[in-house]
Design a protein around this ligand. Sequence first.
Ligand code: GDP
Ligand code: MG
Length: 177
Amino acid sequence: MTQETLVVIKPDGVARGLTGQIINQFQEAGLELTRLELRRATADLIERHYPEDEAWLSSVGGKTLADYERLGLDPADYFGDATPAMIGRTIKGWLVDYLTQGPVVAMVLRGNDAVTKVRALCGNTVPVMADPGTIRGRFSSDSAAAANTEKRPIHNLVHASGTPDEADYEISLWFGE
Ligand code: GDP
Ligand code: MG
């Protein structure tokens, strides 16, 4: 089933000159590039791009908890008695700062099952956990623990819509109509 999905190359990917290689990896997999724009994002755009709901905030905070468990670290040492949603809210603030601090490349990709395919090409949110053939696994070895220590979001090069509904919302947010 043909779908469209949104990808944003984050400031780390643009600054490192990886835009071409990242786009290439999607096109080699058969995805068609239908929109492409280099731009500076406003804080308002990024606030609306990432969800505000408790479930999403908890799932983001949950990635920290999973990473700390993997490393045998105690999240209380870093976040006190914060709930996963409170950790997620803190990380969302870091994302707003980070994604507005340098240019990003937004694009729409179209293809069969594009949402799932693009997420698979991007790999796990946490680059140390991402398969080495994926964009995040190839070009980064960041982790939640390292990023939290520096009070910044994980540098994982790309954002990709997680579901077809998220894709519809995000494409209209970034490209209008
Ligand atoms: P994605 O859909 O794979 O990008 O992951 P999420 O939607 O769960 O999280 C959004 C973004 O927040 C991720 O791409 C990371 O840049 C960042 N992020 C997620 N979890 C954590 C975390 O535990 N710690 C930090 N510092 N950043 C995180
Ligand atoms: Mg997401």
